[in-house]
Design a protein around this ligand. Structure first.
Ligand code: ASP
Length: 364
């Protein structure tokens, strides 16, 4: 009986820990990273080779920055910040520079971050003068007794913590201003002018088995009345729990809030099926089979939660990593700007559905 309990416990552990208990040679410590730059109704006809190359290069740069941290043995926390900062700095994405405009013609930024080790979390909403909101969210996490700060108070906290005051004009780009003007002139909805949700996010598993998630956005074009979406809400746009997964979302925030998307995915994955029992010594191929099942289950859970969002009328997508090292995407839109890299040699960026070249199943 004791033996069986040990075996069940092993089956529920990350594979690195599992292998340590087993006589088989130890695998290399795993790491895994997934990023997104927004999901949406992306039209292949509008995607000129130049535009595609620009997005792919920006995604690859973000992916490489995060992957380097993980490959060098750095933390999941540092990796997601390294991946998100270049996307906040790029005018291509709706985060930091290039954020969408509010109805009043300002850029108001939302961001959140969570550490899966201890579920410490930080978030900011409606900030206008902080170049990298993901760093401010992380400072809320580490240097304040709070989880979420908003507006002028968040900016005051930023100054007290030594963040330079970024002039609001820094965030404005002609394309985003034109989208707001067109929205007003033609009485369009945010979805008509945005076409895609350009929020950015990253999730990572590091070599110590820790996970982290972060998300950063300008929200939706023409937002007013202090509207805040899912991106800065822990549990909706961002969640990380070492026992389950790390998730970052992009999409029509109101629906993601109502479903509690990021937490819902992690909650479902935390409750693992009792049937995952490993018998030692492992028969040939058993570990690979278990890992493939784990990947399929994580994909299924993410797809089911995204189907729930769709059923309510919302669209968008999520990225997640699992304790076993799978890097997974799920979206109910025609595309999602995305990328993933793992210690098993997966390294790819993609835009439209079904463009992945590789399976993210860890390879031993
Ligand atoms: N989820 C974001 C929001 O609703 C938008 C996005 O993903 O681009 O604010």
């Amino acid at each position: 009986m004791k033996n069986l309990i040990t075996l069940i416990a092993l089956a529920l552990m990350p594979t690195a820990a599992l292998a340590q208990e087993d006589a088989a040679p130890l695998p290399e410590p795993k790491w895994s990273l997934a990023i997104h730059g927004g999901a949406g109704t992306l039209n292949r006809a509008d995607m000129t080779p130049e535009k595609r190359a620009a997005y792919e290069a920006a995604l690859q740069a973000a992916l490489d920055a995060g992957a380097k941290v993980l490959a060098d043995g750095g933390s999941a926390m540092d990796a997601i910040k390294a991946a998100i900062i270049p996307m906040e700095d790029s005018p291509l994405f709706n985060a930091g520079k290039g954020a969408v405009f509010t109805w009043d013609g300002t850029n108001e930024l939302d961001s959140s971050i969570m550490d899966g080790r201890d579920r410490s979390a930080g978030a900011v909403a409606g900030v206008k003068t902080v170049r990298n909101p993901i760093l401010l969210a992380d400072t809320v996490r580490t240097k304040s007794p709070h989880v979420m700060l908003m507006g002028a108070g968040a900016e005051q906290f930023a100054v007290e913590q030594g963040f330079p005051v970024t002039p609001p004009e820094y965030f404005a780009t002609p394309a985003r201003r034109e989208a707001l003007e067109r929205m007003k002139a033609e009485q369009l909805s945010a979805l008509d002018v945005d076409h895609k949700f350009g929020t950015v996010g990253a999730v990572a598993l590091d070599q110590s088995g820790n996970m982290a998630a972060g998300t950063s956005t300008g929200g939706m074009t023409g937002k007013r009345w202090g509207r805040v979406g899912d991106a800065p809400l822990i549990g909706a746009g961002t969640y990380a729990d070492n026992r389950a997964c790390a998730v970052s979302a992009t999409g029509w925030g109101e629906y993601f809030i109502r479903v509690g998307v990021a937490h819902e995915i992690c909650a479902r994955l935390r409750n693992k099926p009792s049937g995952w029992t490993v018998y030692a010594p492992l028969p040939e191929g058993a570990l690979e089979k278990l890992q493939a099942e784990q990947e399929q289950r994580a994909q299924k859970v993410a797809d089911e939660v995204m189907a729930d969002v769709k059923q309510l009328g919302g669209d968008g997508g999520v990225i997640l990593v699992t304790p076993e090292g799978h890097a997974i995407f799920s979206f109910n839109t025609s595309g999602m700007y995305r990328g993933r890299a793992t210690s098993d040699g997966v390294n790819e960026v993609a835009i439209f559905g079904g463009e992945e070249q590789t399976s993210a199943t860890p390879d031993h």
